[in-house]
Write a protein that binds this ligand. Structure first.
Ligand code: GLC
Ligand code: GLC
Length: 817
């Protein structure tokens, strides 16, 4: 069944009942301050780093699901029965006469009503400021006067989310707050007295009748969020937290005549002071940054204006690539939601979602490079800065820290390096950036190695070290050594772990010098030609020649040692045994090496590419997408690692790991099989499963990392929505390979590969300071092939639109045939 619908004009997903099969969330924030916001106002917010600077508390895996958020309790007039309810449904699970939640681009709205009182909440993070705004409008829809009490509620996190959940012996004694404006302005200042120079603000723009900042006083002993004693008593206690759990709650009284509305604006902000300006007077924090936020947003009109600015920002961003087509689901995903998700993955990497707690991982070297692929056309300058940050964590030998911390931008020592695919993703990310922008100048930027300035060299040298790393780290067959793992984090061929709880990656207990990856080889052949082009276009002919040879050698090696007869092998283990071969008992065929090898063009000349993809279809395809391998591992294999630790059908053990499905989609376009390419695209695309939400469970507007595979009893159920490389790769597959509008070093290549039944489509694409309005006519009913192409009415030789860079709009007519 369906729990909502897409409102395409508003670019919103409209959730029509609160009890979705899982919290369906949105991300508020664009640059430094972020909030996760569920359809029942659950979630939390943080400044820059979800682990270190978290403003509000959230308990993952809590019961009831999704408890904790920005809550508003309403207590209706005593003469109306003193009815108490929560308009966002949670936490009281109040029966509502109306409910709707709209998730839009960087904002969400919840509107509901009960007993003649309408509630309308708009929540967002304004551009360039570090706060959440929650504008609440109450409207009396009854025929009589109403006196309502509104109680706000948030729970502060003591900044370090990990410590906050574990170190209670200290934490229960350190909580501190300040209260001003009669309670309208609440400041959370735990640890500000010592080393912190930041505090949080929770304020409302109207006078309050009272406030609370101590959790137990507000809730009452042994009560949950669904039964706060204070709200039931109808009166705040003006409690001032001292240790334990600081919260922020305002008590506001509103008198509403029939038909009358009242607006309240709440600001939840992060404020920072210079060390020498921390205090106003002894013990009293300097409120200047808080006052600045309140001046800016402390009225409904200002809040509305800030929201309008945010909307303009998103209009401009999404205007950079938009699609019109008969297939509305594809058009809205490619034109809106997929790009939106790419922005979120770019911002968050894999840190904070409803499946990633925000305290685990930093920014991944491979993840962030891949995230760039779907983001670079939106804000190229930010992609550029990101590339330089990532490259600075590379080691001088070309290997890389697998992760780095967003706050410090330093490589993460705990995880270290040794994931041998990492270096190549840097070439992939940089190539995408240059194709999009034409900015070859980035190659001359001086970038540290291992974050050490004294080791700095040009970005080009970083690419060379990446390339060389693969050239020089090969095993017995001449294929790249896998190290701790390649893209598949769970294929741990040098880790023989018998100890429960041990990390499969970081406890790699030997480097066999034997275990090899066919996937890394394929990534090398895929991304290598971009390296060659970069060399040629910067007049490094000799290097280009060397690279061409290395790629040719690797291609031959794959053909000689990476082919199993009907598909590409996946790897060789530490004993030199094949993985992903018909000779294996389980794990006979894997998706990754097959998708990537064909993407790289291997076997297009001799029929192997077609054979490989036919095998993928035959052995791995399901109605919900392509599973990672088959047969699933039934038992734990010491020599394979984490991949065999998952029960069959989940995650890397034969789950539908959506991230690599688009590799097959792209590979299919290489064969010109548009119908099949589109089929693989739609199977994992959430909008096509909107009416199947009881099974899929997660948001119909974003991709999930995994859908349970056919071996799992919950086949078809999705997990880990939002933060996944699926976002970037599906966007690449649909925009560049199916619709076929693809940045190349010379301009914008037009090369669609679509189902024969698709009669045409149009795309508006901003590219290097010009706008291309591209109309594709497929009345011929082909799957691939451009018969003619005109640019501003003139026939063009070939299918590459030049980068005109004239700030103008250009009409492009494409006829397939
Ligand atoms: C996760 C990781 C990613 C990895 C993938 C497959 O999505 O973030 O780096 O490639 O799993 O294991
Ligand atoms: C990948 C897997 C995940 C695993 C992680 C680290 O991201 O998808 O299941 O926990 O690698 O091992």
């Amino acid at each position: 069944m369906q729990y909502g619908y897409f409102d395409d004009n508003a670019r919103e997903y409209v959730i029509t009942r609160p009890d979705t099969p899982y919290p369906w969330i949105n991300y508020l924030g664009s640059e430094d301050f972020y909030g996760l916001f569920s359809n029942t106002s659950g979630g939390y917010c943080f400044y820059r780093d979800a682990r270190l600077l978290r403003l509000t508390r959230y308990r993952y895996n809590n019961v009831p699901t999704d408890s904790g958020g920005r809550y508003f309790y309403i207590r209706d007039s005593v003469r109306d029965g003193g009815d108490i309810w929560t308009p966002s449904w949670m936490p009281m699970k109040s029966a509502l006469d109306r409910y709707e939640c709209r998730h839009g681009m960087g904002y969400s709205r919840i509107s509901s009503a009960r007993n003649g009182l309408a509630f309308f909440q708009t929540s967002f993070v304004p551009l360039k400021d570090n706060c959440e705004i929650h504008k609440i409008v109450l409207t009396n829809e009854s025929g009589a006067d109403k006196d309502v009490d509104v109680f706000s509620f948030i729970e502060f996190c003591l900044w370090n989310a990990n410590d906050d959940m574990t170190n209670f012996q200290r934490n229960f004694s350190i909580g501190e707050v300040e209260v001003e404006a009669g309670g309208a302005h609440i400041y959370h200042k735990t640890e500000y007295r010592e080393r912190r120079n930041h505090y949080a603000l929770w304020a409302v723009n109207v006078p309050v009748a009272g406030f609370d900042t101590d959790r137990q006083t507000f809730l009452g002993l042994y009560n949950g969020f669904d039964h706060p004693e204070t709200v039931f008593a109808g009166k705040a206690n003006n409690s001032v937290a001292s240790g334990w759990a600081p919260i922020g709650s305002h008590h506001i009284k509103a008198h509403l005549k029939p038909g009358e509305s009242k607006a309240l604006v709440f600001v939840l902000g992060y404020c920072e002071n210079q060390d020498d300006k921390k205090w106003e007077k002894p013990g009293v924090i300097n409120k200047a940054p808080a006052n600045a936020l309140l001046d800016k947003y402390g009225s409904p009109e200002f809040a509305d204006k800030a929201l309008a600015v945010l909307k303009e920002y998103w209009d401009a961003l999404l205007g950079r690539f938009s699609v019109e087509a008969e297939d509305k689901r594809m058009a809205r995903m490619a034109g809106v939601w997929n790009q939106y998700q790419c922005m979120v993955t770019f911002n968050m990497s894999r840190s904070a979602s409803y499946f990633e707690s925000g305290i685990g991982r930093g920014m991944g070297f491979r993840d962030s490079n891949q995230d760039l692929l779907g983001f670079v056309h939106l804000v190229p300058e930010r992609a550029r800065a990101r590339i330089l940050d990532i490259a600075a964590t590379q080691f001088p030998d070309g290997s890389a820290y697998h992760q780095y911390q967003p706050l410090t931008k330093r490589g993460n020592n705990e995880v270290g390096s040794g994931f041998n695919d990492d270096p190549l993703w840097l070439i992939c990310g940089v190539a995408a950036y240059i194709k999009e922008t034409g900015d070859f100048g980035i190659l001359d930027e001086k970038v540290p190695f291992d974050n050490k300035e004294e080791l700095a060299d040009s970005l080009f040298v970083h690419l060379k070290r990446s390339f060389d790393y693969t050239v020089t780290h090969n095993g017995p067959h001449g294929l790249p050594l896998i190290g701790r793992a390649d893209w598949n984090d769970c294929l741990n061929l040098n880790c023989f772990s018998k100890t429960p709880g041990e990390s499969f990656q970081t406890t790699a207990n030997f480097e066999s010098g034997v275990a090899e990856s066919v996937l890394i080889a394929a990534i090398f052949v895929f991304t290598g030609p971009d390296y060659v082009e970069i060399c040629r276009r910067t007049k490094r002919e000799e290097e280009a020649e060397y690279a061409v040879k290395a790629i040719a050698t690797m291609t031959e090696t794959i053909k000689a040692h990476g082919w199993d007869g009907n598909w590409f092998l996946r790897a060789y283990d530490a004993y030199g045994h094949k993985i992903g071969s018909h000779e294996c008992e389980d794990g006979q065929i894997f998706i990754e090496s097959n998708g990537f090898a064909v993407m790289a063009g291997i076997g297009l000349d001799d029929g192997r590419a077609k054979k490989a993809l036919d095998s993928v279809k035959d052995k791995l395809d399901t109605k919900y997408g392509i599973v990672l391998q088959q047969p699933a591992y039934k038992d734990y294999h010491l020599e394979l690692g984490e991949v065999s630790s998952y029960p069959p059908g989940y995650k890397e053990n034969a789950g539908i790991f959506c991230h690599n499905n688009p590799w097959v989609t792209i590979a299919e376009t290489k064969l010109g099989r548009g119908t099949r390419a589109f089929e693989t695209y739609t199977k994992i695309c959430p909008a096509y499963r909107e009416d199947d939400s009881d099974l899929r469970r997660l948001e119909p507007y974003v991709y999930a990392q995994m859908v349970a595979g056919k071996d799992a009893s919950r086949f078809g159920e999705a997990k880990n929505s939002w933060l996944t490389g699926t976002a970037a790769w599906t966007f690449v597959s649909i925009s560049q390979y199916i619709l076929g509008v693809r940045p190349v070093f010379d301009g914008l290549l037009i090369d669609p590969c679509i189902p024969a039944s698709m009669k045409g489509f149009s795309v508006i694409r901003h590219f290097q300071n010009a706008v291309y309005r591209i109309a594709v006519d497929n009345s011929a009913g082909v799957e691939k092939g451009v018969k003619s192409l005109t640019l501003d009415g003139k026939p063009l030789n070939g299918a590459v639109l030049p980068a005109l860079g004239d700030g103008r709009t250009h009409e492009v007519k494409v006829v397939m045939g």
